[in-house]
Ligand binder design. Structure first.
Ligand code: ADP
Ligand code: MG
Length: 729
């Protein structure tokens, strides 16, 4: 009898929902109460200090030392009034998680006393002992120190007793060691490029921000069951597990009613999120059992990313309060839908216009069409780079696995907009257009309905889908930091918009009228990017063939996909817009490869250990029971009769034997392959070895183990089974 599994199951069955009370006054009363936002700043800062923070946020102005002291003092007063005793710089190193190091506000003074102190210098800059974070060689070569520096555009907040200050993380030489730094640089570049293009249409536009609304998918698993599975505990996904008889085939979980234990968790999560100003708005079940999603109202990207990182942290904490563990892995369970993080992306102007939302007049629609077509062109020209941006060991299980968007990058537009682009392609002449032709075209563009939010015209199989007033980058992994893909998307858009302006201006210089020049350039882009457009089923085999014909790449694994990061044209583009230097890019490439290697390495180790020390002893024990049974039969019936009477048992003994041997041999071979891979110096070759020489054993070993699971006495099986992990009563 396997005690751990059954104890865990018993614990699970006895759980009662932990009731959560909504704080007094409702959400209006507590929304943002733990954030040093505008209200708190007004109350705790001098007018000068307040204005200087606002100028830093709105105009990226520098905050001087004296002002920083004042701000720090106000921030501390606010934090202490809320019971905080510590502060930390909160940053996003390239591990993908967030990092913090807590320091107390107090400082000892003469006479054995202490005062509370938090100077501007402590707010503005810190030197965390963060030498263990990945740096891709940047810090080994020259200078080991890393610095965190205050990002005043994202508000400070309190978690528990700690004031958290969002910061960037850079090396002594100013090179980015985190996700935030290049994102901020890309957003800066995009602002300028987009404003320049807006000037063709509206002189009042002086600032363009990118917006992001993420949708976070996740699984919940009972804590006791989670702890009884070393694979979940150490790798975030199950490395073994036979498919349950009742899986997601019935799809009754989707939009179904949510068990009370889970509802209480969600309510708690929402309250905690709202206190931190994260505008979580929707929650629902996902396709798989015990899979859920939550989504906020969209925000400016830098804030949205911080909020997503924060949400993932809070989920972890809140889930423990409810005796759950949250699984953010892209593929926790084989044979069951994985999790993604859809990144809804758009651009907004200071005049309150969403640039990817059709307008009411031909003029605003031409502006919409401009940003729309440029987005498609940017995606087309840089598809491989966008594929690289979403590559990870976890996401490899999703992309191209008939559930998530395929590994082939394509864009979905919907029938109406496809028709409009076809029309522009057809009607815009490369020579001079007559006045009538121009008028007709503008009229047609004017007919783009300002509401395109037609839910029936949605394609859930496309990695990059237009959904009426934004693009939805659906291929991002659930555990990813959104910055990775958003930095790339905003950089390629910047590059594209700058090119667009050059192309239009060149035609104007040749004497073309402005609108005609714009139409002409857009037409060229529509033609040039046509092959990236795909309206059909992205999951089908047909598309794989069709994409190949069109010359679109289909990078199925991370090491393959990441190579694009080092392609000359892409490296130059990042440098051109001051988003990442060549050295920073190289470092990032190395880090991504290293992360991949580590993930597969850990999975291989855990898999080997579990197979040898959990599965084999169980299989042997059951086999012994069967052997005893056959021996007993032989004693009673005699050697001849037992061949017939014990035939099934003998068959089972044989199968168990074969599988035990196969498991042992494959684990040994996998360990050998790992040893070889570990001896490779070159990180790309090492990642290739892990991908092509180590990982293939996973499926083989797993298959034997899962067959044993179905064969061995349920009472003996040591690991909680899929049906137990995935259903909460
Ligand atoms: P669904 O895609 O599930 O139908 P919605 O279209 O309502 O849901 O929105 C999904 C996400 O897209 C939400 O997080 C929402 O805030 C976000 N979103 C809506 N408009 C924009 C926009 N202009 N920019 C960025 N994100 C947006
Ligand atoms: Mg959506």
């Amino acid at each position: 009898m396997s005690s751990i599994r059954f104890k865990a199951l018993e614990e699970t069955l006895n759980r009662k929902p932990i009731q959560v009370e909504t704080p007094a006054g409702g959400v209006v009363a507590y929304f943002g109460e733990n954030v040093f936002g505008r209200d708190a700043m007004r109350q705790f800062l001098t007018e000068d200090a307040y204005n200087s923070v606002m100028a830093a946020i709105e105009k990226s102005e520098r905050i001087d030392r004296k002002m920083a002291d004042q701000i720090a003092s106000g921030m501390k007063a606010w934090a202490v009034s809320k019971g905080a005793s510590h502060y930390t710089h909160w940053f996003q190193p390239l591990t993908g998680a967030t990092a913090e190091k807590h320091d107390a506000f107090f400082e000892p003074i003469d006479g054995g006393k202490a005062i509370e102190r938090f100077a501007g210098s402590m707010l503005v800059q810190q030197e965390p002992d963060a030498s263990s974070f990945p740096n891709g060689g940047i810090r080994n070569t020259f200078e080991a120190r890393g610095y965190t520096a205050w990002d005043s555009s994202s508000p400070a907040f309190i978690i528990g007793d700690t004031l958290c200050i969002p910061t960037i993380f850079v090396s002594y030489t100013g090179e980015a060691l985190d996700y935030k730094t290049p994102l901020i640089r890309a957003l800066h570049a995009l602002d300028k490029a987009a404003v320049d293009v807006c000037q063709y249409f509206d002189k009042n536009v002086t600032k363009v921000i990118a917006t992001l609304g993420w949708e976070q998918e996740y699984f919940l698993v009972d804590e006791a069951l989670h702890n009884a599975r070393p694979d979940l505990a150490h790798t975030g996904r199950s490395l073994f597990g036979a498919s349950p008889a009742k899986g997601q085939q019935l799809e009754d979980h989707y939009f179904g009613s949510i068990p009370d234990r889970i509802t209480q968790f969600m309510r708690d999560l929402e309250i905690e999120s709202h206190k931190l100003g994260i505008p979580i708005k929707t929650r629902h079940n996902e396709v798989a059992p015990n899979q859920f999603e939550c989504a906020p109202v969209f925000e400016e990207i830098n804030i949205a990313v911080d909020h997503n990182q924060l949400l993932m942290d809070i989920m972890e904490k809140v889930s423990r309060r409810h005796n759950f563990r949250v699984l953010l892995h892209e593929k926790p369970f084989a044979g069951v839908n994985g999790s993604g993080k859809h990144n809804n992306w758009s651009l907004a102007t200071n005049t309150g216009k969403n640039l990817l939302s059709p307008g009411k007049t031909p003029k605003t629609n031409l502006m919409f069409l401009t940003f729309f077509v440029n987005s498609i062109k940017a995606f087309h020209d840089n598809a491989d780079l966008l594929r690289a941006a979403i590559a990870s060991a976890g996401n490899d299980h999703r992309l191209g696995a008939n559930e998530a968007p395929p590994a082939i990058m394509s864009v979905f537009l919907g029938t109406q907009l496809s028709a409009i682009l076809d029309e522009v392609e057809e009607k815009v002449k490369s020579g001079k257009m007559t006045t009538d032709e121009k008028t007709a075209l503008k009229l047609n563009v004017g007919k783009i309905p300002d509401i395109l939010l037609d839910n029936t015209d949605r394609n859930r199989t496309s990695p990059f889908a237009f959904t009426g007033n934004k693009f939805e980058f659906r291929a991002v992994g659930s555990s990813a930091n959104c910055s990775g893909s958003m930095t790339v998307l905003n950089t390629v858009m910047t590059d594209q918009l700058i090119q667009f302006k050059k192309d239009v201006d060149a035609l104007i210089a040749k004497g073309k009228e402005k609108d005609e020049a714009i139409f002409q350039v857009l037409r060229n882009y529509i033609v040039a990017s046509k092959r990236i457009r795909f309206e059909g089923n992205g999951y089908g085999e047909e598309w794989v063939k069709e994409a190949k014909k069109r010359g679109l790449n289909n990078f199925k694994t991370t090491p393959e996909a990441l190579e694009a990061y080092m392609r000359k044209e892409f490296v130059e583009m990042f440098v051109r817009h001051n988003v990442l230097s060549e050295r920073e890019q190289h470092a990032r490439y190395e880090i991504c490869l290293e992360m991949y290697v580590k993930k597969i390495q850990i999975e291989a180790r855990v898999m080997g250990d579990m197979a040898i020390s959990h599965i084999l002893p169980t299989a042997l024990a059951y086999q012994n029971t069967l052997i005893k049974n056959v021996q007993g039969l032989k004693d009673v019936l005699g050697a001849v009769a037992v061949k017939k009477a014990g035939a099934s048992q003998i068959e089972m003994i044989t199968e168990i034997s074969e599988r035990i041997n196969a498991i042992k041999q494959n684990v040994d071979a996998m360990i050998e392959a790992r040893k070889k891979a570990n001896n490779i110096e070159d990180m790309k070759k090492k990642a290739d070895a892990y991908c092509n020489k180590v990982k293939p054993y996973f499926d083989v070993i797993r298959d034997h183990v899962d067959k044993l699971e179905a064969l061995v006495d349920d009472e003996l099986w040591p690991l909680p089974k899929y049906r137990e992990l995935m259903f909460t009563k």
